[in-house]
Design a protein around this ligand. Structure first.
Ligand code: NAP
Length: 292
């Protein structure tokens, strides 16, 4: 890649940031499409987000991704935030505009694209979401946007699951979601086709790869498809349990890929061909294998 005076800069703000594979994804898009753009990571210290955003805007950085721990904090630092991102309560993509940065959330649609890519029948199965943190909000929003099936959301802190369920039921104007404590999954009725279980907690994330959010084997009997939004390790303990009980399991690598595709397409106003996404996915896997 040749960096010239005309080269446009994009990047990722977060902390920690050193193991991010986002530069691999975005720089490969630019190389393959011969776009005059580079993507960098910027580690921002706690309390410095506002200065970082102002500085980036002054430097005309054309687009930024936002990651942990700033996805919520960034919202009130922007001149405009899309309705969907506001409701989810998290922005992961900033777009340079004349009046300042505009914020959107591509995690939600990225997960939807990942489901389409893997042929996961979102509209056909009842859904069970584990966790009620920041990522779970985007996951629940996506499920309610595209499915009318029953949804149960279980979280260690039960009150968070209940209030998130109430909030989203109000927003979508229907009683679709029930919030429960993590230990109350026995209350979830059996469903004929089995559940689509989406694991959104940080339990099982590298290096704690033996940890699994649920340890009771009877839980996994209820699961037809298990989707863990974690992608390091490649096969999480949750995925292993799903497979052991006869279900099909996926990790969150494609969610990461497609949120990047959507951000890149917004920034560069270019369509990423499917073959390129597939090529980048292979590179992402190689990179993660080399890291771990
Ligand atoms: P978060 O806001 O901090 O939420 C963490 C969630 O995990 C909460 O529900 C929390 O429960 C639960 N939790 C944490 N430790 C637990 C434990 N020991 N036992 C039971 N529950 C526990 O984090 P987040 O932003 O939602 O991120 C969650 C995960 O999603 C991370 O691993 C992140 O890497 C992944 N992620 C992946 C993608 C992707 O593109 N694939 C995108 C975004 C996030 P409490 O409420 O009870 O604390």
């Amino acid at each position: 890649m040749k960096i010239k005076a005309s080269t446009k800069t994009y990047g990722l703000l977060g902390n920690p940031i050193e193991h991010s594979i986002s530069p691999i994804i975005h720089n490969m898009f630019s190389e393959e499409l011969q776009e005059d753009a580079i993507y960098e990571t910027f580690c921002v210290e706690k309390g410095q987000l506002e200065q970082a955003i102002k500085g980036a805007y002054a430097l005309k950085i054309q687009g930024l991704n936002i990651t942990v721990p700033f996805k919520t904090e960034v919202i009130d630092k922007l001149v405009f935030v899309e309705e969907e991102a506001k409701k989810i309560g998290a922005v992961n993509t900033l777009v340079y505009q004349e009046d300042g940065y505009h914020g959107l959330n591509t995690d939600c649609e990225g997960l939807h694209q990942a489901f389409i890519s893997d042929g996961i029948p979102l509209e056909e199965l009842d859904i069970l979401i584990l966790g009620a943190g920041g990522a779970a909000r985007a996951v629940l929003y996506m499920c309610m946007k595209y499915s009318k099936k029953n949804i149960y959301i279980c979280n260690r802190t039960k009150e968070k699951a209940i209030s998130l369920a109430e909030e989203m039921n109000d927003y979508f104007g229907r009683d679709q979601v029930v919030g429960l404590g993590m230990d109350s999954f026995e209350q979830i009725p059996q469903c004929k086709k089995g559940y689509l279980a989406i694991q959104t907690t940080s339990v099982g994330l590298y290096p704690f790869i033996k940890d699994c959010i649920v340890t009771d084997a009877s839980f996994f009997q209820k699961v037809a498809i298990g989707y863990d939004i974690i992608y390091t390790p490649e096969e999480t303990a949750f995925m292993k349990e799903v497979t052991k009980a006869g279900g099909i399991a996926y990790n969150g690598l494609k969610m990461l890929l497609f949120q990047a595709v959507l951000a890149y397409e917004t920034w560069r106003k270019k369509k990423i061909p499917l073959e390129l996404s597939e090529k980048v996915l292979v590179k992402m896997k190689d990179e993660l294998n080399a890291q771990n």
